[in-house]
Design a binder for this molecule. Structure first.
Ligand code: BGC
Length: 255
């Protein structure tokens, strides 16, 4: 872990998704943005080189941030190398994103899975703060992202949105994008989520589920309808979780 000093106190988090790229300087004491977030559209095609150019621009708009930069991507990331690309350009697969972004920006960049970043932030600052044992954070969005955190330690790349249930990847039945495209009622969707979370319960016996993603703002509509044994709560950091978690990860992995 890096020692606290000025250069790690204002790291930056960048949330790279299929439609937008958002960045903010992060105050690690508060677990919050240190100043307003900046955002831009994801370039099309969203190749690694095009995205690196956008990062340079965005970092130029964040004078409050210095030191390490954490980046979230919607895919598997091992040791800085991207191994899957659900909603982004396929050329990401096999790219050493840590090396590419570090050389493009001149900053110390650390890339991680988007749901892992959100999970880390929820455990450190949000809905699962101080919780021991296994916490599973799921993000319900275009796909389903997941983070497994045990006693505060992240086990990365769990990819539980791809769990096969009745012969189909869970996210193709229960992601929020499916609720929208199939125009499902809250009750109907909660039925699908019940099947999903019961499967996770059976396999992992967690202490707590945290539900994130944009739709967690409407948790009152569907969380009470999910019929499981385990405690399940909405995320607290909402759309800040990815950026805050990535900045924290970068500060703690700083070279
Ligand atoms: C991807 C995950 C990602 C999740 C949420 C899934 O389709 O495989 O890596 O965390 O979507 O973006």
């Amino acid at each position: 872990m890096a020692t606290r000093n000025e250069s790690t106190d204002r790291p930056c988090g960048i949330d790279f998704g299929g439609t937008g790229i958002k960045a903010a300087a992060v105050d690690l004491e508060a677990g919050d943005f240190a100043a307003d977030r900046v955002r831009t559209r994801t370039p099309d095609p969203s190749t690694p080189e095009a995205v690196a150019e956008v990062f340079v621009e965005l970092l130029g708009q964040l004078p409050q941030s210095h030191g390490p930069v954490g980046v979230t991507v919607p895919g598997v990331v091992r040791q800085g190398v991207v191994h899957s690309a659900a909603n982004i350009h396929k050329s990401w697969i096999g790219t050493d994103a840590d090396a590419l972004f570090t050389s493009a920006t001149g900053r110390d960049v650390h890339v991680m899975n988007d749901a892992d970043a959100a999970g880390l932030a929820e455990v450190r600052y949000g809905a699962a703060r101080g919780r021991r044992g296994l916490v599973i954070v799921t993000t319900l969005g275009t796909g389903i992202g997941s983070a497994l955190v045990h006693d505060g330690v992240l086990v990365p790349n769990s990819e539980l949105g791809h769990l096969q249930i009745d012969g189909r990847a869970a996210e193709t039945r229960a992601a929020n994008s499916v609720r929208e495209s199939e125009n499902l009622s809250w009750e109907h969707w909660a039925g699908r989520l019940t099947t999903y979370y019961r499967t996770l319960e059976e396999l992992f016996s967690p202490e707590l589920f945290v539900v994130g993603g944009g739709v967690s703002k409407k948790a009152d509509e569907f969380l009470p309808l999910i019929d499981i044994e385990t405690e399940i709560v909405p995320a607290a950091l909402l759309n800040k979780a990815g950026i805050v978690g990535a900045a924290l990860y970068a500060a703690e992995s700083a070279r």
